[in-house]
Design a protein. Structure first.
Length: 78
């Protein structure tokens, strides 16, 4: 996926872009199905898979753990 930032703002190595801290490389082990789903959501939101995980972890998009609640896919499609 292509990196998408703020138009006209060039990335600078060692400088945070959106958050008050730098990101660090982290590996996640996911099934191909989970990876495809994350890629689909990220594409729908026009962000990278990494940025989607960042926003989920920061609570930008709510994660509902209740089995009776709406799925994340339904929330993102709103």
């Amino acid at each position: 996926m292509a990196k998408r930032g703020i138009k006209g703002l060039q990335s600078q190595k060692g400088q945070p872009e959106y958050y008050e801290e730098l990101k660090k490389r982290t590996a996640l082990m996911l099934t191909p199905t989970a990876t495809k789903q994350l890629d689909s959501w990220a594409e729908d939101l026009n962000i990278s898979r990494s940025e989607l995980v960042e926003r989920l972890a920061r609570g930008v998009y709510p994660v509902i753990l209740d089995e009776e609640a709406a799925s994340l896919g339904e929330l993102l499609s709103c």
